[in-house]
Design a protein around this ligand. Sequence first.
Ligand code: GLU
Length: 311
Amino acid sequence: MTDRGPDATPPYRGRFAPSPTGPLHFGSLVAALASCLDARAAGGEWLLRMEDVDRTREVPGAADAILRALDAFGFEWDGPVMYQQHRAPAYRTALERLLAAGHAFPCACTRRELEAHARPGPEGRIYPGTCREGLPSGREARAVRVRVEDAAVRFQDRLLGPQVQDLAAEVGDFVIRRGDGLFAYQLAVVVDDAEQGITHVVRGSDLLGSTPRQIHLQRLLGLPTPRYLHLPVAVDTRGVKLSKQTGAPPVDPKRPLAALCAALRFLGHAPPAEICSGPLDDFWRWAIDHWSVDRLPRRKSIEVSESPAAR
Ligand code: GLU
């Protein structure tokens, strides 16, 4: 981990961390725009991280397509892009520390066993603790899980206010290295946010329920907890989040202003017509000057028509 010292910690360092599972779509443009504007309006830095830790979900060419689209939209990021596929040694170090300290344990349970025996919770099956005190005899380790405590994790979301989750009751000991050997998102994101010195996380509310797990890992690893802001996510008329997986249409980098203005309106801001038809630089200047968290809708989701960028 980089030693920055107290004086070198920037007042604000934000990030956008897309998974390269498809081209940039409206929902991810909203997260990119909000995280970038929040950083720039605070005079802060804004970093990019390609969350390609799960190579099985990666779509070839998607990472480059996302970067090209961000560039065409006029996003400017600080420093080199971090790629999770190169970060395995750092994840391994964190995993080994957790194992050595007794905070993590190997688990033999298969997905099928958990489907059959574990209660469903808000974030998936609640781990029943089967391998917590050691592997059952004759069973082989598959995944590695981190222990959770029987105590509420609380944090203050900058938009949604006080949040609380009882990890033991609602999630259970959770996976930090998967049965297929890949490091889990929860571990990777915590290690990387710390490595990149992220002070503020702005992302979709679909990750609100992951934040207490991330805070738990930060505490076990002695890492700082950034401030969090969870944005409303764009959902379709069925209430399903627009995502690359559900086939949300990509935003058109050839018409950047249409998409950027739609994203800014989605975020509760009202860019004047001339800003949405003039030079890209004018849009960015206006958006940074007028950015205000107070204008963001205090909601977890907002329904949008099929292609909000086309309005
Ligand atoms: N990679 C995640 C996604 O694309 C975002 C993770 C995060 O912002 O913490 O949904």
